[in-house]
Design a protein around this ligand. Structure first.
Ligand code: ATP
Ligand code: MG
Length: 453
């Protein structure tokens, strides 16, 4: 039996503590999305929150206690209850010193964007919107709370959070806020790699990653947090391409649809698939740009970069595999060519076909029919593998021993294999024992009895 929200609100009220719903839950509710109430701000101190939760018999997590946060299981979901924060940042420090505030107003003033700075009193339902956040949500606008450059100097992670929200929510960044980002962009180099990578990861998986990537480039953030990608910007291509390498990359990322099951893997692979191009670019005899073996060089460059980003070993290996194979072009009409392709992508042919499709989206020629044929051919190869595993010989080993009156031995396996193969090829009906026996006798007759077994 867990604690309910009603019990929680009542206990805070009884202790004369304020409890406010804050942050992303209110923003997402205003946007009409799903989501649940997961962040509260309170006037109670962390030990008081802990005592209230204990009094209710609720499950509690205290790892965030020194930052003012107690986790409580409410209605079966983890909820964070954080003591009001006061102004506490000093420029350039990685970790803010935590100073508790005295009011919800003070707490809201130190939040990052107006759309994240709404609060709703859990007991009375009163909505507090000190920075016109609801209006910004309606206008789909990210605006810093307070003076933008100063707020980004306090915590440069807010710059990347802003770009991440721009991608996730498909919101624009208000001009003065964007200005503030540009002024402080160099401070991104002071952040820990884990925090940077986590924001980039979420930006890439957003609804409009193209918007987030454009912001990274336009503000100069790209040079600081993803310098390996900077040479792609302005790197011109041949006439098959509408765009330079960077814009082509953005279009490829964008072409990986949000419903893709392996969204994270594919968006990263799309971002890095042509990372090798600037390094290998050369003039061909016909005057066009060539990018010979860019997929091989790209996989190597990606290895070092993904290591630096600490993205995770498993993801890194798969991303490199997809980069390395993205130029593969098997003939869908040739079974061996299709098989070779599938073997080379080590069971990830669906991801590779998805990447190749997205890659194709910004070419000047339409390759969709080809990718459709390739997909069908791969599916057929998979289906015939599955059938091969399922196909049964109509005669069992015991049947064969009885028919030929011989001791069991390797000869049984050889005959059963032939019978299974004939079932698979459609030359023998699955349950046709009579026909199978005739075939088995024929097979045995070809060998002199007694030479095998
Ligand atoms: P998400 O859906 O990604 O969880 P969120 O808005 O809940 O979005 P969180 O990172 O969970 O984002 O943070 C909760 C709230 O805390 C934010 O809405 C914002 O008000 C505040 N916040 C978080 N990080 C910062 C920061 N670096 N500077 C200022 N305020 C912040
Ligand atoms: Mg949150």
């Amino acid at each position: 039996m867990g604690t309910s929200r009603r019990e929680l609100v009542e206990a805070f009220r009884a202790g004369a503590h304020q409890l406010w719903l804050v942050g992303g839950a209110l923003r997402d509710r205003e946007l009409g999305g799903p989501g649940y109430d997961h962040d509260y701000a309170t006037s109670a101190l962390p030990e008081e929150v802990e005592a209230i939760a204990a009094g209710l018999g609720a499950e509690v997590v205290t790892v965030g206690k020194k930052f003012g946060t107690i986790g409580v299981l409410v209605d079966g979901r983890w909820t964070e209850i954080t003591t009001f924060r006061g102004d506490s940042y000093s420029a350039g420090t990685r970790w803010p010193d935590v100073r508790f505030g005295t009011s919800i107003e003070e707490d809201l003033a130190r939040r990052d964007f107006t759309v994240n700075a709404l609060a709703e009193n859990a007991a009375t339902g009163q909505l507090l919107d000190l920075f016109d956040g609801r209006n910004d949500i309606r206008r789909r606008l990210l605006r810093a709370v307070g003076e933008p450059a100063q707020r980004f100097r306090e915590d440069p992670l807010r710059i990347l959070r802003g770009m991440r929200f721009a991608s996730q929510l498909d919101f624009e960044i208000e001009p003065a806020t964007l200005d503030g980002m540009e002024q402080t962009i160099g401070l991104l180099s002071t952040l820990s790699q884990e925090r940077v990578t986590s924001e980039l990861d979420r930006l890439l998986q957003g609804r409009n990653p193209g918007r987030g990537l454009a912001l990274l480039r336009q503000t100069g953030a790209l040079d600081v947090v993803l310098p390996e990608l900077a040479p792609m910007d302005g790197c011109e291509q041949n006439s098959f391409h509408r765009y330079d390498v960077w814009l082509h990359t953005v279009a490829t990322v964008q072409a990986i649809g949000p419903a893709e099951p392996n969204l994270r893997l594919l968006r990263w692979a799309a971002l890095l698939h042509d990372i090798g191009k600037p390094a290998v670019r050369h003039r061909k005899a016909n005057g066009e740009w060539g990018f010979y073996r860019h997929e091989v060089v790209g996989a190597l460059l990606a290895e070092a970069m993904l290591d630096r980003l600490k993205l995770g070993r498993r993801e890194a290996v798969l991303i490199q595999l997809l980069i390395r194979r993205h130029m593969d072009r098997p003939d869908p009409g040739d079974r061996r060519s299709v098989r070779r392709f599938m073997t080379r992508c080590e069971g990830h042919w669906r991801d590779l076909v998805a990447l190749k499709r997205a890659d194709n989206a910004s070419h000047t020629y339409d390759d969709d029919p080809y990718h459709h044929r390739l997909e069908v051919a791969c599916k057929e190869a998979e289906a015939s593998d599955a059938a091969l595993l399922r196909a049964d010989s109509p005669l069992t080993g015991d049947d064969l021993v009885a028919i030929f009156g011989r001791a069991p031995g390797p000869w049984i396996g050889r005959i059963k294999q032939r019978l299974s193969a004939m079932v698979l090829d459609g030359d023998l009906a699955p349950g046709d024992r009579e026909h199978a026996e005739r075939i088995a006798r024929g097979l045995m007759g070809r060998h002199r009895p007694g030479t095998h077994g």
